[in-house]
Design a protein around this ligand. Structure first.
Ligand SMILES: [Zn+2]
Length: 44
């Protein structure tokens, strides 16, 4: 899941699975879909 963290007056969206931080919520959510996927078939 994506959690929000405020730092330096910026809200960061952190992927809990791997710890990556994004400043754009949509990017975090898109990442999370792929990060949590255990079907890596489409990543060649
Ligand atoms: Zn991740």
């Amino acid at each position: 899941m994506v959690t929000q963290v405020e730092r330096d007056d910026t809200t960061w969206h952190t992927c809990e699975a791997c710890g990556l931080m994004f400043d754009i919520e949509d990017e975090a959510k898109e990442h999370e879909k792929r990060c949590n996927s255990d079907e890596p078939n489409y990543i060649q």
